[in-house]
Design a protein around this ligand. Structure first.
Ligand code: ASP
Length: 588
């Protein structure tokens, strides 16, 4: 028997017991003839002691242990003299009677402890060593727990877990596809799924009225901290449901996940906000509602006073930053530079200091009387002591910039505690998004999303203004300013689907080529259906109180989309290329 207990298990109640432990040597140190060893496994760390009075051979064995040696020890559990309240096993230690080296280790390239001394690149190269560290083990344990909660909840609700293929044809999510050449069909390619969207809808046609899958999806996009080229979705679809049924079902799932995985009770019901309110008040379709500082439009109040910047734009909006009236000139200059960065894109920043004594000072004092400046501040929701920040431009663009500024100020003021959870459903999305550059409509969610039944007249109208007004039965699940998931009630009728492709400027031939199979399937009695998908990696990260998803994926890619541990992607040899009938062009 390699072990009687794990390294995270023993407590004071075990004192006096003879035990056997196996694990990795995290560190060992000699102190006045005694050797102390931290023995680690994924359950925790237990302190081992080889006493100065132990047999010579045992003392020698202990002193020859290197970091990350795998050992088995036998010994007796005793109460510690100096307890360590930070460790679960900190009340006890093991007086070692024998050491058996199960395997040696070369010296690891970085320390494998709670906080490692290794940089990101070296830890990525030796990911299997990094994965020995407690924070990553905790992260993957949380991921596992959440996956179990999802399965148990959905099983209880009658959902069937069904796998869908990875080697498919393009899906409609709108990102770039990863493609796989087919040896048996030279010159032809599979696409890896951006999501199982079309398959889950076909499963509804097939009568599997409650489907789910924890499934890998692939999107060839530029990467950011919270993006990976392959990522995992909790993908779900239901038949004979309306939006209300879908939202209720998945509120239940989230509630169980929060309660059972991290012991948090979320609001019941989860609040809802229309997309329009989210944009107008928060400048974002994924508002962080843990704090206020909402956007107020002040256009009519401030126009017509000779300030040409304000007079030449259709929209002027403001936020009131609580308690920030004492911002210095230097801080305001820095903030002005900050909003001018390309990531925000503002041309400038107007401010009003609403001082604690009720007086005002603004960067536009030339154009307004103090009373007018004060009413500007009050219209932005400010009270004495607040700093009002004003941005202007095209309505949605200015609102979005204010939304980014709001989040920045929320961060600076410490309003975004990762241990506070504020879930939200954003609903009533517009069905279409107009793009000036390409001069066409795009589906805001994806082209299988149904218009609201009460907007069908507009849906079949040819006027751009009508189409812009069509709302979808689409919904996003938002947590703390991050979109964790989204979905919609789908089109289940072939004619309505054809109209969708027409509006999106997808020709009959192209629609037939790309999605002919699903349009055809809709002719064979497709039930009304709808669903959604959550980004599982992001769910895990947020539940764990982190921003980046990488720690919650066992083997993630880096920012260049590379796995530096296995060194992928890599070239393939001439024989393989030949079999695939592929020639590689020199890359400039
Ligand atoms: N397939 C969609 C997505 O990946 C989710 C859905 O509509 O169910 O965003």
């Amino acid at each position: 028997m390699y072990r009687t207990h794990t390294c995270g298990e023993l407590r004071l109640a075990n004192a006096g017991q003879e035990v056997t432990l196996s694990g990795w040597v995290q560190r060992s140190r000699r102190l006045g003839g005694m050797t102390f060893i931290d023995l680690r496994d994924r359950y925790g760390i237990t302190q081992l002691v080889v006493e100065a009075t132990a047999e010579q051979s045992l003392v020698e064995a202990a002193s020859s242990l290197g970091r990350e040696y795998v050992i088995q020890v036998k010994g007796k559990v005793v109460e510690r003299q100096s307890k360590n309240p930070k460790m679960d096993t900190g009340d006890i230690e093991i007086i070692v009677s024998s050491i058996n080296v199960l395997n040696k280790s070369v010296t690891p390239p970085f320390t494998i402890e709670e906080n490692s001394d290794g940089g990101e690149d070296i830890r990525a190269k030796y990911r299997y060593l990094d994965l020995r560290r407690p924070p990553l083990q905790k992260a993957l344990a949380l991921r596992h727990r959440l996956a179990q909660e999802i399965r148990s909840y959905l099983d209880k609700e009658g959902f069937m877990e069904i796998e869908t293929p990875y080697l498919i044809k393009s899906t409609p999510e709108g990102a770039r596809d990863f493609v796989v050449p087919s040896r048996m069909n030279p010159g032809q390619f599979y696409a890896l799924p951006q999501s199982p969207q079309t398959f889950k809808q076909l499963l509804m046609v097939a009568g599997y009225d409650r489907y789910f899958q924890i499934v890998r999806c692939f999107r060839d996009e530029d990467l950011r901290a919270d993006r990976q080229p392959e990522f995992t979705q909790i993908d779900c679809e239901m038949s004979f449901v309306e939006q209300e049924d879908v939202l209720n079902t998945f509120e239940g799932m989230m509630r169980q996940m929060f309660r059972n995985a991290i012991g948090v009770e979320i609001p019941n019901p989860i609040p809802r906000m229309s997309w329009y309110d989210a944009m107008d008040n928060y400048g974002s379709d994924k508002p962080d509602i843990r704090f206020g500082m909402t956007i107020h439009e002040i256009t009519s109040l401030v126009q017509g006073h000779g300030f040409s910047v304000f007079d030449s734009v259709p929209y002027i909006g403001a936020i009131a930053v609580p308690g920030a009236a004492d911002y210095t000139r230097k801080q305001l200059d820095e903030l002005t530079e900050w909003v001018k960065r390309p990531q925000v894109g503002a041309k400038g920043l107007v401010y009003v200091k609403y001082n604690a004594d009720g007086s005002v000072k603004s960067s536009v004092d030339k154009f307004y009387t103090p009373e007018e400046v004060k009413s500007m501040a009050e219209a932005a929701g400010a009270v004495p002591g607040d700093l009002v920040l004003v941005l202007c431009g095209q309505k949605r663009k200015a609102q979005t910039m204010l939304g980014v500024l709001r989040i920045e100020m929320g961060n600076r003021l410490g309003f975004r505690d990762p241990k506070v959870f504020a879930p939200l459903w954003v609903v009533d999305f517009p069905l279409f998004e107009w793009d000036d550059e390409t001069n066409r409509f795009y589906a805001m969610h994806h082209p299988f999303t149904a218009p609201k039944p009460e907007h069908l007249d507009w849906y079949y109208s040819d006027r751009k203004e009508d189409l812009e007004r069509v709302c979808a039965n689409a919904y996003d699940f938002v947590l703390n300013g991050t979109e964790l998931g989204g979905g919609s009630i789908r089109i289940h009728e072939a004619g309505m689907q054809e109209r969708m492709f027409e509006i999106l400027g997808i020709s009959k031939e192209e629609a037939e080529y790309k999605f002919g199979f699903i349009i055809n399937a809709f002719k064979f009695g497709a039930p009304p259906h709808g669903g959604l998908a959550f980004g599982f990696d992001r769910v895990c990260a947020l539940f764990g109180g982190q921003e980046t998803i990488r720690d919650y994926i066992a083997f993630p890619k880096n920012n260049q989309g590379r796995d530096v541990m296995i060194d992928a992607p890599s070239e393939i040899d001439a024989v393989q290329l030949d079999e695939l009938c592929l020639d590689i062009r020199k890359h400039e």
